[in-house]
Ligand binder design. Structure first.
Ligand SMILES: Cc1ncc(COP(=O)(O)O)c(C=O)c1O
Length: 381
């Protein structure tokens, strides 16, 4: 059960606008793609970073304009580029092959070149998955000119939840180097996209001030450059909580084990890639009246890795108690249903004719499950 505080989303946006008025946020909807959040942020003038055709579709359905969408994945399926072409959204890229693919499918698209910033990354790192090195980026910049492609800007991501001005400032200097190179080759870039990684917490004021100072120094208004960002968790993490009953419990020696309705394969999927230390609040009884146990909290599945919290001190809970986890708005329930909009794939079952011939005689002729295999089918590629 998810519980949302929309007022908190609005407050987070107010804080962003106060601290970074010159940097327009493009909300990374992969982080929490729920319709009310998208509709609310869209109506408040926020842009959107979409990670797939599916996310673009859903943003457009929520009333977001194509001009306010950035398709921020450097390697895209051709069908998704075709969709980007039809809708007219901007796209990112980071290599020669992707550029040729874009040239073939969407030659007039507005493009942002993603830089590799592995050496500066903090938080959950992207590593070498995305981004061109500086020398590759220079070649790509010239290739855009040669292919007559519309390179409009540079982007990077300093690490999800990086919460660091140092990472962002270092990356900005790298952007400036490429920006100057492009200018000297008569390519006038208009957009610098500083990615996400911002956390709505104590550090934000200082980080935003330092980022503002660096942006002002490297890209002053006379350059005509617009600086944008792709914050995700900043807007939603502290706006949503999660409530679940404790459905199983065992006291083993001086340790307690609890079993709850969601685990690492669903709402707590973020524990697979980042540290999770949120202590649940027991809504059903007062903590002061309970014994303390070193406790492990498990998800509902039979997988041994389905551990939400390991060896933390918790007041004893009883089966049927309700637990509340705070700060669950980012990378949780909705993400586990299909990260980046990639919902569970349709599954087809095929069996080769040889094997079918071998087993079909042994099957119960009334077995309804196997009815569909009795007729040979052509594979649709
Ligand atoms: C391209 C891109 N932009 C933005 C984000 C959002 O990051 P965060 O939630 O840390 O702000 C991500 C997260 O994975 C991302 O991949």
């Amino acid at each position: 059960l998810g519980m949302g505080l929309f007022l908190q989303v609005v407050r987070n946006l107010q804080l962003w606008t106060k601290q970074l008025p010159q940097i327009r946020p493009y909300y990374a909807m992969k982080c929490n793609p729920s319709q009310p959040v998208v509709q609310l942020l869209a109506s408040l003038g926020v842009g959107f970073d979409c990670a797939s055709k599916f996310e673009i579709e859903s943003a457009l359905k929520c009333g977001v304009k194509p001009d306010d969408i950035l398709f921020a994945v450097p390697c895209k399926m051709s069908s998704h580029i075709e969709y980007a072409c039809r809708t007219g959204v901007r796209m990112t890229f980071d290599n020669v092959d992707e550029l040729h693919k874009i040239k073939r499918i969407h030659p007039t698209g507005k493009l942002l070149l993603r830089l590799n910033v592995t050496d500066f990354e903090k938080g959950v790192k992207f590593g070498d998955k995305f981004g061109a090195s500086m020398s590759e980026a220079r070649k790509l910049t010239l290739l855009c000119k040669e292919l007559n492609l519309n390179l409009v800007g540079i982007c990077f991501h300093p690490g999800s939840g990086s919460d660091s001005s140092e990472a962002t400032r270092n990356c900005l200097h790298r952007c400036k180097e490429l920006y100057d190179f492009a200018t000297s080759n008569e390519i006038h870039l208009k957009i610098i996209d500083i990615g996400g990684g911002f956390v709505c917490g104590e550090n934000f004021i200082e980080i935003s001030e330092q980022v503002t100072a660096t942006v002002g120094k490297l890209f002053p208004p006379e350059t005509g450059v617009t600086v944008i960002a792709e914050p995700g968790r900043f807007f939603v993490k502290n706006a949503f909580g999660f409530v679940t009953p404790v459905h199983g419990k065992a006291i083993v020696g001086d340790r307690a084990k609890y079993y709850i309705g969601a685990g690492v394969f669903s709402t707590f999927c973020m524990t697979l890639f980042e540290k999770f230390e949120r202590i649940p609040e027991n809504l059903s009884r007062k903590a002061e009246k309970c014994d303390l146990y070193s406790s492990t909290v498990y998800g509902p599945t039979c997988a041994g890795v389905d551990v939400v919290l390991n060896n933390i001190l918790l007041p004893e809970a009883q089966i049927g108690d309700w637990w509340f986890f705070d700060n669950m708005g980012a990378y949780s329930s909705l993400v586990s249903l299909g990260f980046n909009g990639y919902m569970v794939l349709k599954t087809g079952f095929y069996i080769s004719q040889d094997i079918w011939n071998e087993i079909s005689e042994k099957l119960d002729p009334d077995c309804p499950l196997f009815e569909q295999y009795r007729q040979p089918q052509k594979l649709d590629r």
